[in-house]
Design a protein around this ligand. Structure first.
Ligand code: ZN
Length: 161
């Protein structure tokens, strides 16, 4: 793969098992770590590289976390801050699974509508929030119930609270 031959010139610590999140938009690696609740205090190796040249997305960040697999809810959140990311699952120092994060045109749940009067925020209404992805860079969502627009910074602040 020509894309990865370019990317693998970067020599950062290899992990024996865990997860490598590659092709994170430049500057977003710290948000990804926060989304995953990774503080580095659990003693596992965490490697972070920022502003690496990428043939696919220009500049990118990479996060490697040892002894960690991602839950699907975490992947759904990562898709909203790093929609081009690829997630590599590492076992015995080999990539055993490579998946590309997907940001669909509409999403449900994941994000809370920032309009407090939105019906999806009424406790007695069991309505799942639904959003249209109106922009992918920067990310912007439109609530399909109240038409409120939710900006990327609101999404990130919800995820990293
Ligand atoms: Zn709403």
């Amino acid at each position: 793969m020509s894309e990865s031959s370019d990317d693998t010139k970067i020599r950062i610590v290899k992990i024996h098992d865990g997860t490598v999140i590659d092709h994170i938009r430049a500057g977003k690696a710290l948000e990804v770590l926060k989304i995953l609740g990774i503080t580095g205090k659990d003693g596992n190796v965490v490697t972070l590289a920022m502003n690496i040249n990428s043939s696919r997305i220009g500049r990118k960040d990479i996060v490697k976390v040892e002894h960690r697999k991602l839950a699907s809810a975490e992947v759904a959140r990562i898709a909203l801050v790093a929609p081009e990311a690829t997630i590599n699952l590492i076992e015995d120092s080999k990539v055993i699974e490579k998946t590309r994060v997907e940001l669909p045109d509409t999403i449900s749940n994941v994000v809370v509508c920032t309009n407090p009067r939105c019906i999806t925020n009424k406790e007695r209404e069991p309505i799942r929030p639904n959003y249209e992805v109106t922009s992918k860079d920067p990310i912007q969502l439109k609530c399909l119930y109240c038409w409120n627009h939710i900006e990327e910074e609101d999404i990130i602040s919800q995820f990293t609270r």
